[in-house]
Design a protein around this ligand. Structure first.
Ligand SMILES: [Zn+2]
Length: 406
């Protein structure tokens, strides 16, 4: 389901597709830079651009500066009536929805908080999708929905922190006359896509992204390809048995990594009652630990407990780095906050768990940069990948022909 493009295979793509992807990656790219960048003759690029302008996919604008020899060149931008995607992200306390054009710019965005009532949330999102469809018509080419749980096909199998089970999200986009792809993905997976396309991991060869809220999920993106597994559920790293084999995880298995680093693990370390909302609870404890660091106060229980979690993240990351051989590790959500508060402890545990040959130098661990927006942005990228494909562009052009014949 998550087919990612591979720049190494660009030779098989059409020139139109190569130009569109260049503009998507870098809106405002100079036309004069494309022949060398894409390995195409400049006359052919000019013809291709003219066709894409006529097809309402691109517009040409004046250059910010003149070309190398002082000759005028133009810049390429998404067409103001060009294709759009809708991306929605359900998080444990909010949901967001954005309409996004080629190049990744948001045309509009809404955000609402919620009380985890599935019917209420899904009804509200469905109404917003319908409104976007009314407003933008067939310019909308694909829809992506990020959810904080395990996804199989278009179904949310389980979202422990929302207490939602077996929700078919394809129902959100029903009664559509046009066949438009709807992609449902795990939020951590979409966040990984976002970081590799628009965030801190742009340019990395292989990225391990870990996203932590009520447990750890994530993805490996290997040379632009998302490692998605046969059923699209790869990346459930929190359920690797790096934890205590005596503890049962909410997934039903024993000894999952999550049992050592979720909100319940934190409350056990603090000898406190189990939290009602574990993500808010974790953020509150981490906030107090941060204060303890800033005030250099000795003997903070919060700092001790948070440091234990950071060690567990470091140790587990080492295991995953040994297995997947990434050149960069990105940490999102609560994991990024642990890195900030207890970087030394995390790093020591990470180095201790790495195979010796990986240590010189070890793959860097960095905080993700897109924050809570990452699942929304990654969804837009995945949806746009279906538009910026040979098939997607063909369907866009056919839509133009159908519209004119009506
Ligand atoms: Zn588990």
């Amino acid at each position: 389901m998550f087919l990612m493009r591979d720049t190494k295979e660009r030779g098989g793509d059409s020139a139109a597709l190569a130009v569109m992807r260049a503009v998507h990656d870098q809106p405002g790219v100079e036309r004069a830079s494309l022949p060398a960048g894409l390995g195409l003759a400049s006359g052919f690029v000019a013809e291709t651009v003219a066709r894409l302008v006529a097809q309402e996919l691109l517009i040409e604008g004046p250059a910010a500066r003149t070309g190398g020899r002082g000759r005028p060149t133009t810049t390429l931008h998404p067409h103001p009536r060009g294709p759009l995607v809708i991306t929605a992200a359900i998080a444990h306390e909010t949901w967001r929805l954005a309409v996004v054009e080629v190049g990744g710019t948001e045309v509009s965005r809404i955000q609402h908080s919620h009380e985890r009532d599935a019917t209420q949330v899904l009804t509200a999102i469905e109404a917003s999708l319908r409104a976007a469809r009314r407003r933008h018509g067939s310019r909308v080419r694909a829809i992506a929905i990020a959810v904080p749980g395990t996804v199989s096909g278009n179904k949310l199998v389980q979202a422990a922190n929302l207490d939602w089970h077996d929700v078919d999200l394809a129902d959100l986009w029903s009664h559509d006359r046009e066949p438009r792809p709807i992609l449902v993905g795990n939020d951590a997976t979409f966040a990984a896509v976002a970081e590799s396309r628009r965030g801190v991991a742009v340019g990395a060869e292989a990225v391990l992204h870990l996203y932590m809220d009520a447990g750890v999920g994530g993805a490996v993106i290997d040379h632009g390809h998302l490692v998605s597994g046969a059923g699209g559920t790869a990346g459930e790293f929190g359920h690797v048995p790096f934890g205590d084999p005596g503890l049962r995880c909410r997934c039903g298995a024993y000894g999952c990594w999550n049992t050592t680093l979720d909100g319940f693990a934190l409350s056990r370390l603090l000898a406190a009652p189990p939290p009602r909302d574990e993500v808010s609870y974790m953020r509150a404890v981490i906030g107090r630990a941060k204060q303890a660091v800033n005030l250099a106060s000795e003997g903070s229980r919060d700092l001790y407990a948070v440091t234990e979690l950071a060690r567990s993240v470091g140790r587990g990351t080492a295991g995953l780095v040994n297995a997947f051989d990434p050149d960069l590790v990105t940490l999102g959500g609560v994991a990024a906050e642990l890195l900030e508060v207890a970087e030394d402890a995390m790093h020591r545990a990470y180095l201790a768990g790495l195979m010796q040959h990986r240590i010189t130098p070890p793959p860097r661990i960095v905080a993700a940069m897109l924050g809570d927006d990452a699942p929304l942005i990654g969804g837009a990228e995945e949806a746009m990948a279906t538009v910026l494909s040979d098939d997607g562009l063909r369907r866009w052009v056919d839509r133009g022909a159908n519209r004119q014949s009506l």
